[in-house]
Ligand binder design. Sequence first.
Ligand SMILES: [Zn+2]
Length: 141
Amino acid sequence: MRPKKTPLRMCAGCGEMKPKKELVRVVKAPQKEDENGNPLPPEISLDPTGKRPGRGAYLCRDAQCLKLAKKSRRLERSFSCKIPEEVYQRLEEEMEKAAREQEERPVEAPSAPLDQQGRPIIEIEEAPELLPRKKGGGHGR
Ligand SMILES: [Zn+2]
């Protein structure tokens, strides 16, 4: 047994070692066959829970790394199968969706107090009396 450490996994895109929880697992479901015994196309999907059965690979939560993984065929190699273009597209969509959801989650409350209509009340300091302008200068914006 190794001492307890943050488990690192390699991103199949950029090849960096990162803590598992910063990566997203891509899983290839165990090979299935149709009723005639012909192998069905591999089911490859994102596995946000990290618990699905099958062969897994890891990617940064970044569509760029997915593109890199596609270019280098590193995912295909770790799954030892061909990955059709549409699977990459679906993965990319899933990844973008996940990224959007992450962005939407923490909505910071506006720092300004709200009035009864829910609009922020912005305190405006009373404007100081206008000083007489100096002659020359200060024209044109
Ligand atoms: Zn990466």
